[in-house]
Design a protein around this ligand. Structure first.
Ligand code: DP6
Length: 340
């Protein structure tokens, strides 16, 4: 007898998503269970620092657990658990599917070095996993899903200049695009002073933010700073944007350094680059500003006209091991070529 069967989803998909650099940072969680942040944040999605991820759902039931490969190595322990947990959320949203998955992921930049690999990683994982199950979710919905894996990933669901609204719950804590990438072709020049894995993941750091006496002062000051950043982007005004992004990077690191236990991501090279940026600006009028994520590397934000000069100058700093550059990029794309 013929019985209609629910069609199987296409089961495999590959997505590429860009990392992002925050001008106003996400630091601190209001609700760690769903990664609800203490504040709105604003970032630029990066074109040239990205993660490509293939998710193949095992609809035939051959796998007994998820199989995860990151940059050519089988993921185990915490790293693998974090991916499996995210897949569990997507399995749940897909109507409690039981399929295991094969996940193969590749970054084109060093992981865990203060370049937010988790942002591009969880954005690409979300888009690939949802597409492979043919889930009819739009980008806003996927931004909220990616947020659960990594807060900053919510912003990588959109291209260009992006704001992640703090929100009140799972459905409202999502990102939206402020302007597309082509609106303002800023450059992010990452001065890499160390590629060592960070000693404390940002995930643990977020829950420590409230132990710093400076945390509430930072959060209180952000309302005006967010408006300054939105306005500066609207006017494409770097001398207006730069001081605000530097101030928030320093405020966030102030919170990190004064939380209990104290988090100190900076290395001597971090300070060498900060001082150089200030000198170049004050003495030579070079319009360049710095920001730093949860790591020792320094992101230099400038207009394209200054890039060559800045690269030349960075080469002369003893602690700069390498430099990675990127402009603003588009949101995640699905690719036809799979990694498996
Ligand atoms: C310092 O959401 O990326 O980069 O997923 O644990 O890495 P993990 O946390 P994540 O927080 C990083 C925050 C930050 C600032 C920012 O990007 O807003």
């Amino acid at each position: 007898m013929y019985r209609a069967r629910t069609p199987e989803p296409q089961s495999i998909a590959t997505a590429r998503a860009g990392s992002n650099i925050a001008f106003i940072k996400y630091w601190g969680v209001a609700d760690p269970r769903i990664n609800l942040p203490l504040n709105n944040s604003i970032s630029m999605t990066l074109a040239d620092l990205h993660t490509t991820t293939t998710v193949e759902w095992d609809t035939a039931g051959r796998l007994s657990s998820d199989q995860i490969t990151i940059d050519g190595e089988t993921a185990t322990g915490k790293k693998a658990e974090r991916v499996t947990e995210h897949l569990n959320l997507i399995r749940h949203l897909a109507g409690d599917r039981r399929y295991r998955a094969r996940v193969v992921s590749r970054n084109n930049f060093p992981m865990a070095s203060g370049i937010a690999s988790s942002a591009s990683a969880f954005a690409a994982l979300t888009v690939a996993a949802c597409a492979a199950l043919e889930l009819p979710f739009d980008r806003t919905r996927m931004s909220g899903i990616a947020r659960r894996g990594s807060g900053s990933a919510s912003r990588s669901l959109f291209g260009g200049y992006v704001e992640w609204e703090q929100g009140r719950d799972d459905a409202t804590s999502v990102a939206r695009q402020i302007y597309p990438a082509e609106y303002w072709t800023l450059r992010d020049i990452v001065a890499v002073v160390s590629t060592a894995e960070k000693p404390v993941s940002s995930q643990n750091g977020h829950s420590m933010a409230i132990t710093s006496p400076f945390n509430s002062a930072r959060v209180d000051s952000l309302y005006g700073m967010l408006q300054d950043v939105r306005n500066a982007i609207t006017m494409r005004d770097l001398p207006r944007l730069g001081p605000v992004l530097e101030q928030d990077a320093l405020a966030m690191h102030g919170v990190m350094m004064t939380s209990r236990p104290s988090l100190l991501y900076w290395q001597p090279g971090t300070l060498e680059v900060i001082h150089a940026v200030r000198r170049w600006r004050e003495e030579d009028g070079l319009q360049v500003y710095f920001t730093i994520d949860a790591g020792p590397n320094v992101h230099l934000i400038c207009e394209p006209t200054f890039e060559v000069e800045i690269l030349k100058r960075l080469q002369k700093l003893g602690s700069v091991r390498s430099v990675i550059t990127s402009g603003p990029g588009d949101g995640p794309q699905l690719l036809d070529k799979h990694l498996v």
